[in-house]
Design a protein around this ligand. Structure first.
Ligand code: ATP
Ligand code: MG
Length: 394
């Protein structure tokens, strides 16, 4: 077998189709003992914008794979030395996601089937036209891009899950350690001062409330994610829902001389959603608007409607949210430092956002530091069946 030096990589012209990962041209290796075939594959693929390098034997190609990290290998099945089938197996050992296209002669169609069974993605029978090769390569790279993307998404989900568990454990540990310390000191004192005893027990109780709030919010979030909180897309009257929520918080608001204004339309405001989910969502927004307000401030709930949607605004005259934090607000456990004097788990807005999107809506925020914030929830307006039909006919 004559030893031909591997070709130098052919430089790649820019072509967005020629990528497996955005921003970089895909690298393709061609392994074929037929020099003419190698040269023509190189030419065709380089012209389409790929980085191509070819090798005249399986062993030479395999040796170069770790360094080149190709996205795809075009492999001739019939070669002297290491067989095409063995090359496929070894390539997959090195990179399970590499896309392999086999080149087959007329007589080796059965082997092509065998090659596909052992993991080759596609095959191109000889002789083939430049367009045939390009099409198969393009399809193969699209496949690789999808596989890599779903792998990446899976990794991100796993990271988030792990980070989440660590966070929750940490959040629970802080109050638990405090309770443990108070109880430990009390146990060691023979005759604790009754006033101190009372004060410390009160602090322990406050800490148990914190733990309970975290667990309650965490369970609510898990329920939304598991599709157990937002059950239906039914007709819900937001005017009533908001009125009930505002009533619940009259005492809390009065303690800080905060005025609650219900500007929802008296005739009702029907939207598509789940009563339970919507109550959880607006409960969070109203409590935030009170918690992060100033004494003597105001909270107003209003709505703007079109035939298709209802945009409910919960506006406050509170501390406001600096621009740099606005995107982070809806993430789990995110709390702005200034807000930490106020109790909270940092899960309320994460829950609100998920509930809104489960119902086909969305949530956004506008804010000015020391002036106030407005949270807007966009929901689908409810239309009576005959109303919907009329619009459909129009
Ligand atoms: P909880 O889980 O009990 O609701 P929380 O209120 O801290 O706790 P979120 O409702 O998710 O959690 O809010 C996250 C953070 O966003 C708050 O800690 C606060 O820093 C900020 N924030 C939320 N709403 C407002 C608001 N209306 N004005 C100013 N800051 C706000
Ligand atoms: Mg909150």
């Amino acid at each position: 077998m004559s030893q031909v030096a591997p070709s130098a990589p052919v430089p790649a012209p820019a072509n967005p189709d020629a990528t497996a990962v955005p921003g970089a041209p895909a690298t393709i290796i061609v392994i074929d003992d037929d020099r003419a075939m190698r040269l023509s594959c190189e030419k065709i693929l380089a012209k389409s914008g790929f980085r191509v390098q070819s090798f005249e034997s399986g062993s030479a190609g395999l040796e170069a794979v770790s360094g080149l990290k190709p996205d795809m290998a075009v492999v001739d099945l019939k070669m002297p030395g290491i067989s095409g089938m063995e090359v496929i197996a070894r390539l997959h050992e090195i990179d399970p996601q590499i896309v392999i296209v086999v080149i087959t002669g007329y007589a080796t169609i059965d082997t092509a089937v065998e090659a596909m069974k052992s993991g080759a993605y596609d095959f191109v029978p000889k002789p083939f036209s430049p367009d045939e090769l390009r099409l198969i390569v393009k399809r193969g790279l699209e496949h690789r891009r999808l596989v890599l993307e779903s792998q990446q998404a899976e990794m991100e989900r796993e990271l988030l899950r792990r980070r989440f568990v660590t966070f929750v454990s940490h959040q629970l540990q802080t109050p638990l350690v405090a309770i443990h310390q108070y109880l430990d000191v009390l146990r060691r004192l023979d005759n604790p001062d009754p006033a101190k005893l009372h004060e410390w027990l009160d602090r322990c109780l406050t800490r148990t409330d914190e733990i309970q709030a975290i667990i309650k919010d965490w369970l609510t979030l898990a329920k939304v994610e598991g599709g157990q909180l937002v059950h239906q897309r039914a007709k819900v009257d937001l005017t009533r829902t908001i009125a009930e929520i505002l009533k619940t918080y009259e005492v809390l608001a009065a303690a800080e001389r905060i005025t609650l204004e219900n500007r929802m339309p008296e005739e009702g405001c029907p939207v598509v959603g789940d009563q339970n989910g919507l109550s959880v969502l607006f409960d969070n927004l109203v409590v935030n608007a009170i918690k992060y307000n100033r004494p003597g401030g105001k909270v107003a709930v209003s709505v703007e409607r079109t035939p298709a949607e209802a945009v409910v605004s919960v506006a406050d005259t509170g501390i406001g949210i600096p621009e740099k934090y606005r995107k982070l607000l809806f993430g789990e456990f995110f709390r702005i430092q200034d807000a930490k004097k106020t109790p909270g788990t940092g899960l309320g807005l994460a829950i609100a956002k998920r509930v809104a999107s489960e119902m086909g809506g969305s949530i956004s925020v506008d804010s000015e530091v020391d002036v106030g914030s407005t949270f807007r929830v966009r929901l689908l307006a409810w239309r009576e069946p005959d109303e919907a039909q009329e619009t459909g006919r129009a």
